[in-house]
Design a protein around this ligand. Structure first.
Ligand SMILES: NC(=O)c1ccc[n+]([C@@H]2O[C@H](COP(=O)([O-])OP(=O)(O)OC[C@H]3O[C@@H](n4cnc5c(N)ncnc54)[C@H](OP(=O)(O)O)[C@@H]3O)[C@@H](O)[C@H]2O)c1
Length: 276
């Protein structure tokens, strides 16, 4: 059954896709929990969507810090309420190697480790019909964990592409594991959307992205649909572009690799018992 005011937790809420999706969901009556790093743009988004009295709240999170992820998850878990959907939208692209406080490369932490840990820590809020949607891309990058941990071999485009492939692999393994908790997991490709995401990329990529991208409105409506529409209540393990199923790249579909990746990631983020 779909609640009259479903609760949807959205990371990357201040970005192009996240803010448009939050607005679309708020218009459809959802309670939206906006997650991003504390900033004026987060505060003003809360205001723009009607303020805290209007079923809009914010939870600060820095996905690059596992400590911050744990603290944000605790804040959401404290409320004890059911989360109907968790949208892992946030991502970052940086053009040089940066190490986080946990010793991870920054894109790897923000785009993959943080969402992985957050999702697992919210398991008990999601169980019984919750939906996890990981915003990804049809990345054909083959994941090489050793390379992702090597400062010497750092290549921004490789790392970014790998994090999007990791998001796909994570989704498919999550979909299998989450069945016993009655939770669904799907991945979503928003298409090329005008945003600041690739502002540190090389000029030709920035120009290409600008020329080929469009406003986030369509992607936001589709993502909102996947999050709360009864039509998608039972769908799991799919990769969507819009609301249509897309074949995931072959590089992300090997089940043995997905299982191994899950185990390795759980170790790396020191996930305590209680995840999916
Ligand atoms: N744009 C495209 O063409 C495109 C294409 C395919 C897939 N996607 C995917 O769509 C998603 C959204 O992209 P977008 O274009 O909307 O990007 P965006 O406008 O740059 O937004 C990125 C969001 O991520 C958040 N973020 C970055 N670092 C963070 C951190 N350390 N902790 C918490 N939040 C952090 C930002 O929040 P704060 O900086 O305010 O904390 C912001 O809300 C991403 O997953 C991206 O890979 C985008």
């Amino acid at each position: 059954m779909i609640a009259q005011h479903p609760t949807v937790v959205i990371s990357g809420a201040t970005g192009a896709v996240g803010s448009a999706t939050a607005a679309a969901l708020a218009r459809r009556g959802a309670r939206v929990v906006l997650m991003a790093r504390p900033s004026e743009r987060l505060d003003s988004l809360v205001e723009r969507l009607g303020g805290i009295d209007n079923r809009v709240s914010q939870v600060p999170i820095d996905l690059a810090s596992m400590r911050s992820v744990r603290s944000a998850a605790r804040e959401i878990n404290r409320t004890g309420g059911h989360v109907d959907a968790l949208l892992n939208v946030a991502a970052v692209f940086v053009n040089r190697y940066q190490k986080t406080s946990d010793g991870f490369e920054r894109m790897l932490a923000t785009n993959y480790f943080g969402p992985f840990l957050l999702t697992n820590l919210l398991r008990d809020r999601l169980l019984g019909g919750g939906r996890v949607i990981n915003v990804a891309a049809p990345s054909t990058t083959r994941v090489d964990m050793q390379r992702l941990f090597s400062k010497e071999q750092f290549d921004a485009m490789y790392t970014f592409g790998a994090t999007k492939a990791l998001d796909l692999m994570f989704t498919f393994e999550l979909a299998r594991r989450a069945k016993r908790w009655d939770v669904r997991a799907n991945a979503f490709h928003p298409g090329l959307v005008r945003s600041e995401l690739m502002s540190e990329a090389r000029r030709p990529i920035r120009i290409l992205a600008r020329l080929a991208s469009s406003s986030p409105g369509r992607a936001a409506q589709d993502l909102a649909d996947l999050a709360i529409s009864p039509a998608h209540a039972g769908t799991t393990g799919w990769f969507f572009k819009g609301t249509r199923r897309l074949d995931p790249p072959k590089t992300a579909t090997d089940e043995t690799e997905q299982v191994a990746l899950w185990r390795r990631t759980a170790e790396l983020v020191e996930m305590e018992i209680g995840g999916f």
